[in-house]
Unconditional design. Structure first.
Lengths: 210, 444
C-alpha cells in the first residue's frame, strides 16, 4: 500500500535500527532527468536516452542512518506533468519531494519554482523539500547560476544540491540529506484501521508497519 | 500532437479511467482528455468545500466558518461503496492500483423496517440478538443461508430440489418458509436489489448476489463494504496513473468541440483549431450527446451534518437501506454516510447522501423519508441527474460510450459496463497477464 506512514519498527518500536518508510515524489518539467536521478539512486544505472517513463508503479530504495533505516517509496510522475495533469493523489501523503530542474535550461528553473508553490499549496505542510539542479556534468552550458538557485532555496527552506545522474554526483547525497531531515518517530495524524486488500482474509490492521 | 493514437478517451470518470488503463496495459497508444481541470468527471470528489458551494449555489455562496478547513472536505457526487469481494476490488488488486490507495471498511449496514432502523447482522452473535425476525424465523433463515452457501448452479446435487432455471426467488422463500419481512430484508439489504422484480425471476442470480454479500462480509468483518480514504475520486486517479505508467498521455482542462466522423467512422476529435487523430473513441455520454438516450433520472441529496446519523450507534460510516415497500415506492432509498475517519470531512462533521431512482414529478420529495432519518441537517444540496445509455454500440462508428452511473450503491454494474466496453472495442476480453509492473523492483 502506498503512503503508509510506517515509522516505528515491527520488532523493536522505539529502539535503534528501526525501518521507517516514506513516500517521496519527484517533480519538475519533462526531460530534466527525474527518472534518471531515480534510476541512478535505486539501480546505479544511467541511460543517455532514457525513455520518458520508467514503467513502474514506484521504486523503493533504503538508506541507513545511525539510528534508523529509511525506506524511500519513490513516485515518478509517469509523464502526467507534461500537460499539467498531475493528479492530487500524487501529492497525497508525500513526506518528501525533490523538485528537479536542468541547470542548462532557465525555463525549467522557472517551472521548478512553480512546482515548489504547487507543493506548498497541495502537499502536507511538514513535507521535506529538496531542489536538485541536475545535469551538473554539462556545467559549461549552464544558464542557471548556482548562487541564484541556492538563494532561492534558502528563502524557501529547501535543501539544495546540483546533481548529475550521469556521473552520479550528489545523487546519493541528496537522498541522504532528505533522510536526515525526515521525522523518525511514531506516525502522527495518519488514519488508522485501513485494510490490506492484498491479504486474502484479515481483520483490520493497526496504524503502522508490517 | 500530429501523431495518431490507437484510442482517444474523453472524460476522466471512473469508467473511462479504468478503460484507459486497460487499453494502455494492452499496448495501445492512448490519449486521455478531460474538459475539466480536475480528474473524475461525474465520479470526482469535490474539494475544497467551496467548490461544492460554488457548483450548487453559485460563485458567491460560501460555507459556514464552523465547517472548518475547506480542504478537509472531499465530497463525492455519486455515493457508492465497494463490495470487498466484488469485481472492482479484483480489478484493483490485479492491476496493482491498490498500491496508490488505502481503504477502510464501512462500519455498519442498516435497514429500515416499520419506521425503525435495524442493524444488518454482521456475525452469528448479532444474528442471534437481532429483533429483525422472531426466533423460529431465525432458524429457517439460517437453513436458507446454509443452502445459499453450498448452492452451485452447475451441480444439481446442491440444488436440493430447487431448479434454478424454472423456479423463482419467491418460490425459494416459500420453500424455506420465510415470511415477507425476511424476503424483503434478504432481497434488498443482502442481495441489494432496488426493486422487487427479482422475486419473479429464476433465482440463481439472486443467490449469487447474497453470496457476494456474505463473502464480502467475511473478508473484513464489520460490513461487506470498503471505501477509499479521501473519497471515491481517488479511484479514477489511481487508474489514470496506471494508464500513464503504461504510456498513456493525459490532458486536463482541454475543451473538446466534437468527435470527427468520416464515412460513418470516428477518425479523431476536434479541439479548437486542431484535430487529434485516433482510431477509436471511448467516452462518457456527455461527449457524445447525439449517440445516447435518456433512460431515467437519479435524485441525490448531499447533506452536511455535525453529528452522526441518529440510531446508528454513532457509526462513523454506514449505509442505511429503506426498502421500497416500507415507504410505498417502486425503488429503494439508499443513505450512505462517511466522516473524518474516511478523510472526507473535518473532525466532528459527517457527509450523508440520500439517493434513489426518480419515479415521480417531484424528485425532491422522494428523498424525504431518507432525510427524516438524518436529524438536523446543516446544509443540503440536491442534484437530479439524467441517466443515459448509448444508442450507438460502436461497431461501425468505433465510438464506445459508457452508461451513466446508476442509483446502485456499489460498483457491480460499473465493472460490467467497463468490461463490456472493452470487449466491444477490442473484440477480446481483457488479459490480466499483460500487467507486468507488479514484479518490477517494488515487491516487499
Amino acid at each position: 500500500m502506498a503512503a503508509r506512514n510506517s515509522a516505528g519498527g515491527a520488532a523493536r518500536p522505539g529502539g535503534p535500527n528501526r525501518t521507517c518508510q516514506f513516500k517521496l515524489v519527484l517533480l519538475g518539467e519533462s526531460a530534466v532527468g527525474k527518472s534518471s536521478l531515480v534510476l541512478r539512486f535505486v539501480k546505479g544505472q544511467f541511460h543517455e536516452y532514457q525513455e520518458s517513463t520508467i514503467g513502474a508503479a514506484f521504486l523503493t530504495q533504503t538508506v541507513c542512518l545511525d539510528d534508523a533505516t529509511i525506506k524511500f517509496e519513490i513516485w515518478d510522475t509517469a509523464g502526467q506533468e507534461r500537460y499539467h495533469s498531475l493528479a492530487p493523489m500524487y501529492y497525497r501523503g508525500a513526506q518528501a519531494a525533490i523538485v528537479v530542474y536542468d541547470i542548462t535550461n532557465t525555463e525549467s528553473f522557472i517551472k521548478a519554482k512553480n512546482w515548489v508553490k504547487e507543493l506548498q499549496r497541495q502537499a502536507s505542510p511538514n513535507i521535506v523539500m529538496a531542489l536538485a539542479g541536475n545535469k551538473a556534468d554539462v556545467a559549461q552550458k549552464r544558464t542557471v547560476e548556482y548562487e541564484e538557485a541556492n538563494a532561492y532555496a534558502e528563502d524557501n527552506a529547501l535543501l539544495f544540491m546540483e546533481t548529475s545522474a550521469k556521473t552520479s554526483m550528489n545523487v546519493n547525497d541528496i537522498f541522504m540529506a532528505i533522510a536526515k531531515k525526515l521525522p523518525i518517530g511514531p506516525a502522527q495524524g495518519e488514519p488508522t484501521g485501513t485494510v490490506d486488500m492484498n491479504q486474502p482474509q484479515q481483520q483490520q490492521k493497526g496504524s503502522c508497519c508490517k | 500532437m500530429d501523431e495518431e493514437y490507437d484510442a482517444i478517451v474523453l472524460g476522466t470518470g471512473l469508467k473511462e479511467c479504468i478503460i484507459s488503463g486497460m487499453l494502455s496495459v494492452s499496448g495501445k497508444k492512448v490519449l486521455h482528455i478531460d474538459r475539466n481541470n480536475y480528474y473524475g468527471g461525474e465520479s470526482a470528489s469535490l474539494t475544497p468545500l467551496e467548490q461544492l458551494y460554488e457548483k450548487f449555489h453559485g460563485p458567491s455562496a460560501k460555507p459556514q466558518p464552523e465547517m472548518g478547513r475547506g480542504r478537509d472536505w472531499n465530497v463525492d457526487l455519486i455515493p457508492k461503496f465497494l463490495m470487498a469481494n466484488g469485481p472492482l476490488v479484483k480489478l484493483l488488486i490485479h492491476t496493482g492500483v491498490t498500491r496508490y490507495l488505502e481503504f477502510k471498511s464501512i462500519e455498519a449496514s442498516f435497514v429500515v423496517k416499520g419506521g425503525k432502523i435495524y442493524k444488518v447482522p454482521a456475525d452469528e452473535m448479532e444474528a442471534l440478538a437481532t429483533s429483525l425476525m422472531g426466533m423460529f424465523e431465525k432458524r429457517r433463515f439460517k437453513k436458507f443461508l446454509v443452502w445459499v452457501q453450498q448452492f452451485d448452479e452447475n451441480n444439481e446435487a446442491t440444488w436440493q430440489g430447487l431448479d434454478p432455471h424454472n423456479q423463482t426467488m419467491q418460490q425459494v422463500y416459500e420453500k424455506f418458509g420465510l415470511d415477507e419481512n425476511t424476503a424483503d430484508f434478504t432481497g434488498h439489504a443482502l442481495a441489494l436489489y432496488r426493486d422487487d422484480e427479482h422475486k419473479n425471476q429464476p433465482f440463481a442470480p439472486a443467490v449469487e448476489k447474497i453470496r457476494l454479500y456474505s463473502d464480502s462480509l467475511a473478508r473484513y468483518g464489520k460490513s461487506p463494504y470498503l471505501y477509499p480514504l479521501y473519497g471515491l475520486g481517488e479511484l479514477p486517479q489511481g487508474f489514470a496513473r496506471l494508464s500513464a505508467i503504461y504510456g498513456g498521455t493525459y490532458m486536463l482542462d482541454k475543451p473538446v468541440d466534437e468527435i470527427v466522423i468520416e464515412n460513418g467512422k470516428a477518425i479523431g476529435v476536434k479541439c479548437g483549431e486542431e484535430i487529434v487523430r485516433g482510431k477509436q473513441i471511448y467516452c462518457d455520454p456527455s461527449y457524445a450527446k447525439d449517440r445516447v438516450k435518456k433512460t431515467g433520472q437519479v435524485v441525490r441529496a448531499i447533506c452536511l451534518l455535525n453529528h452522526p446519523i441518529p440510531n446508528t450507534n454513532d457509526a462513523q460510516s454506514c449505509q442505511i437501506i429503506i426498502p421500497q415497500k416500507q415507504v410505498g415506492r417502486h425503488y429503494d432509498i439508499y443513505i450512505s454516510c462517511c466522516s473524518n475517519t474516511n478523510m472526507v470531512t473535518p473532525k466532528g462533521w459527517y457527509l450523508a447522501m440520500v439517493s434513489t431512482t426518480v419515479e415521480t414529478a417531484n424528485p425532491e420529495a422522494e428523498v424525504l423519508p431518507g432525510l427524516q432519518l438524518l436529524g438536523p441537517i446543516a446544509e443540503k444540496f440536491i442534484q437530479i441527474s439524467d441517466v443515459y445509455e448509448p444508442t450507438d454500440l460502436g461497431a461501425d462508428s468505433q465510438i464506445f460510450i459508457s452508461r451513466s452511473y446508476d442509483a446502485t450503491t456499489h460498483f457491480e454494474t460499473t465493472c460490467k459496463d467497463v468490461l463490456d466496453m472493452f470487449q466491444r472495442g477490442t473484440t477480446k476480453e481483457f488479459d490480466f497477464t499483460n500487467i507486468t509492473h507488479l514484479s518490477l523492483n517494488d515487491q516487499e
